[in-house]
Structure formats: C-alpha cells, structure tokens
Design a protein around this ligand. Structure first.
Ligand SMILES: [Zn+2]
Length: 446
C-alpha cells in the first residue's frame, strides 16, 4: 500500500519537504493527485496525507476520520462508528503526531460519524463542535422511533453478516456494524451562525452550515490549506435524497450546500465515505455535476407533477442526462432516482397521486379476494405465482405472493417462496439499500 503509514518514512518526507520549502509543496501537484486518479481503494484501511498537516483515515471505520495537525495540538473531524475502530485509527494518528487533541468536530449527527468519540478523549476533554440543531442518531422524529428504527435496520442490513451486507461495497465497505455508536459523546460547543471562523491550535478554521444529507450538517473549511471537509454532502454515489427508512432530504437545500463548496474552490475535498479528491478544477467539475444531477432530477419531477403525472408515471421518465448518467459518482448504488422522485412527490403532494380511483381504494383483503376470483381460485393463483417465479418474472411473482399471504393460503409455503424471490432480487440489486432491505426482509420471513 503506497500510503500505509510509517513514522520513519513520514519523518523523512517531512525533512525533504522542509528542504524544498512549503511553498513549493503547496504549488506542486500533490502525491494524492498523482496516486488517486483512478484507484478504487475506499475499502483498504489506510491513512492518507491529503496535504501538509491534513490526514484522513479511510477504510478503517464506516465513515472517514480526518486529522489536522496544528502548532500545539490536533483537531479531529468525525470519529467513526465505534470505540474499537476509532481506537485503531487513533493509534495510527499517534504515529503522525503526539500533540494533544484540542478539538473534535462533528460534520453531522449520523452515528457512523460520531460513534467513536470516547476513543479520542484520552487527555483533557477537548471541546466538541457541532451545529446548534445537532440531533444524535438517525431518528428524525421520536414519535415514529419504533418504525423508523425497524426500517433503518433493514436498510442498513443490521442483521446481515458482513458477507451478506452490501453496505456500499465502496462507501461503507464490508465493515462490521456491531457496537455502532458505543463511543458517542454529545457535543459541548454549538454554533448557530451560517458561518463561524475560529483558530484552534494555530489552524484557521471555518465552520459552514450545509444542510443536505442531514439538517444538522456542516462543512469544515481550512482557508490556509485550501481543504474542505464536506461530510456526507458528497460521496462516490448518487445521493440518498430519500432514505427508505423514511427520511427525505431537500434537493434544493442539498444543491445550495454544494454551491458553498464551489464558492470556496477548494484544492482538496475530504468526503465522509469516499477517497479524498485533489485538484481544484477536478473538484469543481465533480461537484458541479453532482449539483446539476440533483437539480435536474428535482426540476424534472416538479415539471412532471405540474403536468399531472403520478409517481408511477414519473419514475418511468425522470432520468439523468446520458452524460451525467455515465459519471462514476452519480451511479445509483446508494441513493437512487426512482425513490428520489417518489420522495419529492410525497413531500409536496402527500400520498394522493391525483387518480380518483385511489381516493377510497378497496382494502388489501378485498383486492386479494377479487384478484383470486379472477384467477379462478386460490390454487390457480398459486400455480400462476410459481410459474411467474419459474419464468423469472420476479416482481410480478412477488406481488402475487402478497395476495396469497393476505388470504393466508398455504401459510409457510407461500412465505418461503416470497423469501426466495426477495433473495433473488437482493442478489441482482445494484443499490445497496435495496439489496439490504430485500435480504433482511427475506431473513425475517424465514
Ligand atoms: Zn455517513
């Protein structure tokens, strides 16, 4: 591993850099730019030196942990998902610097970014910074905590083993989900402004409010180093604008927050789940595409809604342009377009799709009973279901199993077929959330 850390190697590099002078270092193409161009290495645990004094631990915990070395102390941005993995990262950070940690910053409250804090509280308790609307955990509304939690478990495949869990091959790798959040410590310092400038350990920092992946999201901007830490407002996948656990992220807000990255024209971008990116031009290009991708899906959806299209109709036509659809960082392996479109629709218009048929639909039981009658009876419907499965007509077969389950026909046998279909769909899913939800549901049925 080119970037694997070794204290002697670093000391030698620093000596060499000292000789060449900091200016030269800042103006030359970085190691990162040369080495990261095309390497899919998100899941190899390593510490990457982004630029002088800025390091990011990738592939160690589900979310990246950033270390900034200042004059008389260090700053940690995000703390990973649990004490054990964060402790491992800290020991590697300690090979870089022994300086005390003077501050911890949370880019947002999600547990994969805040769950390892206790590991970093080794000396004096440093202040922990966050946005004033910081809300720990993924539960957006305590009143629906129970159902939100259940859906979250399926979405993230909490009960799947690491082989089965597709928690983003590239984004979250195959890292264990156990003890998630066991090292969480609440923030101690909150900022209410849209922008706050600070100097910690001799490092100039700006906190910038940036709602997107969450409402309590912030960026950390290091003006002297031209580094922007953007948390989860950018990662190497189409953004998760509607999380199927039941959480909607406003595409307009997210786009505006991406504009805040573009405004700063950073030379280095550190994201919560992907490899850091070097090169101002490259970052401008990627973030512009990302922003335009989100804006385009949003605008197409609203235009279609205004023409009276239903969610089912919209998902057939709302697409990224062929150019954007080909970008590696807009692939739908985490967020996806159909769920985003449905999310936007329900945010603005609620559950009603405009079709009067759906104002007072027949109950699920009534529908199952009548479809079965049309099919010639339960036995015939069961045969049709099996045939659909044998023919590879999986989503239709899945729908038919639901009618039979509603009618409590053949109990376990039908449920087992449903589980089998879900597993098949999971296997073929390219979206990690769909994969996990299908497979977790199959396991629960079994
Ligand atoms: Zn995250």
């Amino acid at each position: 591993m080119n970037f694997a850390f070794n204290r002697n190697a670093i000391a030698n590099i620093l000596k060499l850099l000292g000789l060449l002078g900091l200016l030269f270092f800042l103006n030359s193409p970085s190691l990162l730019a040369k080495n990261l161009a095309s390497s899919p290495r998100e899941c190899q645990p390593e510490i990457i030196e982004v630029t002088s004094g800025v390091y990011v631990a990738v592939g160690n915990t589900r979310a990246n942990i950033t270390l900034i070395e200042g004059d008389d102390g260090a700053i940690v941005i995000d703390t990973g998902d649990n004490i054990e993995t964060a402790t491992r990262v800290l020991s590697q950070f300690r090979e870089i610097t022994q300086k005390p940690i003077k501050a911890i910053v949370y880019t947002h409250s999600h547990s994969d970014h805040t769950g390892g804090t206790k590991a970093f509280l080794t000396g004096d308790r440093p202040p922990i910074y966050a946005r004033a609307n910081f809300q720990y955990g993924r539960i957006d509304n305590r009143k629906i905590q129970q159902i939100n939690h259940q859906r979250n478990e399926r979405q993230h495949g909490i009960f799947l083993n690491s082989e089965e869990n597709a928690s983003l091959n590239k984004m979250w790798c195959k890292l264990p989900l156990e003890n998630n959040g066991d090292g969480f410590v609440p923030p101690t310092h909150f900022f209410t402004e849209t922008q706050l400038s600070l100097n910690i350990a001799g490092v100039a920092l700006e906190f910038i409010s940036a709602p997107g992946e969450s409402q309590d999201h912030l960026y950390v901007w290091l003006p002297d180093k031209q580094v922007l830490v953007c948390g989860d407002n950018y990662y190497n996948a189409f953004p998760n604008l509607y999380a199927i656990r039941g959480s909607y992220r406003d595409p307009q807000q997210w786009s505006r927050s991406l504009d805040k990255i573009l405004d700063r024209k950073p030379e280095y971008l550190i994201s919560g789940h992907s490899l850091p990116i070097a090169g101002a031009e490259k970052i401008q290009r990627i973030i512009t595409d990302y922003r335009n991708g989100i804006a385009s899906i949003f605008e197409q959806t609203l235009a279609g809604m205004n023409r009276g299209l239903t969610p089912d109709e919209l998902v057939e036509i709302v697409k990224l342009s062929p150019e954007l659809a080909g970008k590696s960082y807009l692939q739908e392996n985490y967020g996806n377009i159909p769920w985003t479109v449905r999310g936007i629709y329900s945010y603005y218009l609620g559950w009603f799709d405009g079709n009067p048929t759906h104002l007072f639909p027949l109950s699920t039981l009534e529908q199952a009973t009548r479809i079965t009658q049309l099919a010639g009876g339960k036995e015939q419907l069961w045969q049709a279901t099996q045939k659909a499965f044998d023919d590879g007509d999986d989503r239709w077969a899945l729908q038919l199993t639901d009618y039979l389950i509603t009618l409590e026909f053949r109990g376990e046998t039908v449920k087992q077929l449903k589980a089998k279909i879900l597993k098949k769909l999971a296997e073929r899913a390219t979206n990690s959330n769909a994969h996990n939800y299908y497979l977790s549901s199959a396991k629960q049925l079994e």
